[in-house]
Design a binder for this molecule. Structure first.
Ligand code: GLY
Length: 379
């Protein structure tokens, strides 16, 4: 998606709606990502016009008193019966125990097939509430309302839902497309800086895997991005969503080899998150380290020059993201990686860069080379 002048904000919209259309699918599964400023205040009238009887907001405890209240008020003002369920913040909530509590809570609220789940929060709540919506009563409508940068630029779009097992992240889940995604970039104003930085790792990912112009734009707008300049933030959110939509429309279920590129850095990241204990690192922090490892592995395999590794590391460091991991036994990490969903018959497969803006899936890499990279990237 090249822009003529990477130094201005190009076609940054003051709010926009990005359609997501599945080519071989019924129209009901197509939906829009609405991006705007202050749009949580009108979410009630937006969703009330759909065929729903009531809503259940599932919200991260940390946003329960702000964004979820705004949503609740908006639904009540629109005359929609509304219940709110709070979920403890943090990766530990993506568990079977938490999913069970939500299933039981939904049962006690007597929800019916026309009840819509509204997932308000970051990636954890989006994945968990999406999974509960996919499984309760054989499937309820869900709207994703991401309030963190990770969720706005990545996890709320594309229908991946899931929970973790102690032995591996996101090992249980379902593809369950939402009926819509409402992205209020004002929600990021109050996001703690560590959470905001974590989202920037996924933003860098989109430049690395798909869009060299966007990557250069990130390099030249670091300060504005760090200061959360509203136009810069809207530009990064809308660009990442457009790039993701382009991929997901063509390969919804990660079957053709296209969607898998969105997992750049994630095989390493998931192993580090699992080995560290869920919640020790934020997801984006692990992705940052994972992308550094993936680039170094590509360099070690002769796929890229060292300067690409350096540019990526410099950009991640400019966003205060970690680029080295705590030291883990490489055999333990390899064992976790062998259970990764991208592995086939225990053979490790990694998404590796060929240049900035292009990656490919590489199969059957020698475990000793992976161990070397793991060791070189730990402190
Ligand atoms: N976060 C990767 C994907 O949605 O496919």
């Amino acid at each position: 998606m090249p822009r003529s002048n990477p130094n201005d904000f190009g076609d940054v919209p003051q709010g926009c709606s990005i359609p997501l259309n599945f080519a071989r699918s019924s129209h009901e599964r197509n939906y829009s990502i609405q991006i705007g400023r202050g749009i949580l205040r009108t979410i009630g009238s937006e969703i009330a016009s759909r065929n729903i009887s009531r809503v259940v907001i599932i919200a991260d405890e940390a946003v329960a008193l702000s964004h979820s209240l705004t949503c609740e008020k908006s639904f009540l003002d629109a005359g929609v019966e509304t219940s709110v369920i709070r979920v403890p913040s943090g990766e530990q909530s993506k568990s079977i125990q938490q999913a069970e509590q939500l299933w039981i809570a939904l049962a006690s609220l007597n929800v019916d097939r026309r009840t819509a789940i509204i997932a308000v929060g970051g990636g954890v709540v989006g994945d968990l509430a999406g999974f509960v919506a996919a499984t309760f009563s054989r499937g309820l409508t869900v709207w994703q309302v991401p309030t963190t940068l990770v969720a706005q630029v990545d996890s709320a779009v594309g229908g991946k839902t899931g929970i973790n097992l102690p032995c591996g992240k996101n090992l249980v889940g379902a593809f369950w497309q939402p009926s819509g995604v409402i992205v209020d970039i004002h929600a990021l104003d109050t996001l703690p800086s560590r959470e905001y930085g974590s989202g920037l790792a996924e933003v860098v990912k989109y430049g690395m895997i798909l869009d060299p112009t966007f990557f250069s734009w990130l390099e030249s707008h670091c300060n504005k991005i760090r200061l959360r300049d509203p136009d810069a933030v809207e530009h990064i959110v809308s660009t990442c969503c457009r790039l993701k939509v382009h991929v997901v429309e063509q390969d919804e279920r990660e079957e053709t080899g296209l969607r898998v590129i969105l997992n750049y850095g994630h095989t390493f990241a998931h192993a580090i998150e699992t080995a560290s204990g869920y919640g020790v690192l934020l997801h984006g922090e692990a992705v940052s380290i994972g992308m550094v490892m993936a680039a170094r592995l590509a360099e070690r395999l002769g796929m890229i020059d060292a300067d690409i590794c350096s540019r990526q590391e410099f950009l991640l460091t400019s966003f205060d993201l970690p680029v080295t991991s705590a030291a883990f036994d490489p055999d333990i990490l390899l064992d976790i990686m062998a259970r990764d969903k991208k592995s086939v018959a225990g053979r490790l497969r990694f998404v590796l860069p060929e240049c900035i803006g292009k990656v490919r899936l590489v199969d059957s890499i020698d475990h000793n080379i992976v161990k070397e990279v793991l060791t070189a990237s730990s402190r």
